[in-house]
Design a protein around this ligand. Sequence first.
Ligand code: NAD
Length: 486
Amino acid sequence: MFDSPKLTQDSIYINGKWGPGASGETFDVLNPATGEQLASVGAGQASDVRDAIDAADSAFSSFAGLTAYERAGILHTAHRLMLERADDLATLMTLEQGKPLKAARTEIKYAADFLIWFAEEAKRVYGSTIPSARADQRFLVLRQPVGVVAAVTPWNYPVSMITRKVAPALAAGATTVLKPAKQTPLTALAVVKIFEDAGVPPGVVNLVTTKDPRIFSNEVLASKVVRKITFTGSTEVGKLLAREAANTVKRVSLELGGHAPFIVMSDADPIHAAKGAALVKFLNTGQACISPNRIYVHKSVAEQFLDTLVARTTKLHAGNGLDPASGVGPLIDQPSVDRMQRQVDNARDNGARVLAGGSRLTGDEYDNGYFFAPTVLADVTPEMDIYREETFGPVAGVTIFEDEDQVVEMANDTDYGLASYLYTNNLKTALRVSEQLRFGMVGINDINPTSAAAPFGGIKESGLGREGAAEGIAEYLDTKLIGISI
Ligand code: NAD
């Protein structure tokens, strides 16, 4: 699948054909652990995006006309192929994204789950009948595919963020034009190859790699044919896309940034909670939208919690994800390293204590990559940048609290509303506090409240709509009312 990584890859897939794109221009894909060039891929231009939209438009009617069983069959095949290719895909993901191989394999499994989940959901797109106030009238409600969908995905989960969008679109009968992040086009290419090999008809899934994302978004946003945009990425870009989508009244799904609180109540097991915090905080080198960004620990358990968190953090070995000894990989690029350092320095200058890490890793294998030491900060306060800004890196900031009302207020004091975590052994506290947390997801003694079967998404400035679950396919369906006089 990926024998000659240095070769220029035909990365633009339009109407069932791979090519370099109209201009023949390319951009390089780099390994964030070593700085090495992995490959060059096509730098798609506006005309490529327009061709992809045309292909998706032409393919729409016949694809929507397939039976749900036929579309489910394609998704089942894609699921099988993804699992068969899991090792190659995971290696490719580690090379271009950096996460340890074990984590890459976990992501492939998670990504494949969306294929099989939506293969089954395709058959459950139920309409309804509604009683009319008139005896001579009947109402039928149909749910039909939305049409051409533009999908924009990030680099941090480069395979699962694609299947989370494309699988429900295919299940619903919609066609797609996909643009992956410029850092991770190679895994996107491999995923689209799976769709091709699974029998997705030409034009139904199209891929345009670009160096400049505005080339893609300008075209899809201006197009009247594109009826929906689905985006995972930063809140800043999500707002921009939503504003521009309004011009043609496109449907919009947004999975944006987060600033998750991680609350450890006085009755929680502080050691269990600290182990959970270390696992979820340093997952993907902290580059996850559900990564805890503010850790609140009750004063009575703070010492035990911090001791365990620091011990776990200092034990974590940062390194190239291909090395089985690496528990945490590099950051994606230099600006990410700079952001870590700025947030840590700002916190330290404002009185935080650095209990582990605190700076870039240098020397030997680290010099050419973007490695930052897994870091623990204590005494974090609302005045510090890290308390407000999404960190998106391996820095765990801890704040002590004394009272339940106070911690709920602090946890909700953010414009974000994606994930939140609560550790407590008291059922009443668990329910009371989780009902008050203004977030789309709450993990109670649980660091991974996600699954293809569960609705993932945020409120407030963390997003619109849900991915996964029954809600996930609804995002790609329009509702049509048919009134009949009899
Ligand atoms: P980003 O917004 O910079 O990029 C995401 C995607 O948008 C990429 O494909 C990028 O090329 C594209 N993009 C960037 N600028 C664009 C523009 N002006 N017009 C059109 N497309 C544009 O974000 P990122 O740095 O790649 O990812 C990190 C962010 O994504 C974090 O904020 C993180 O929390 C968020 N994220 C959210 C979820 C979720 O499910 N809520 C999941 C993963 C990541």
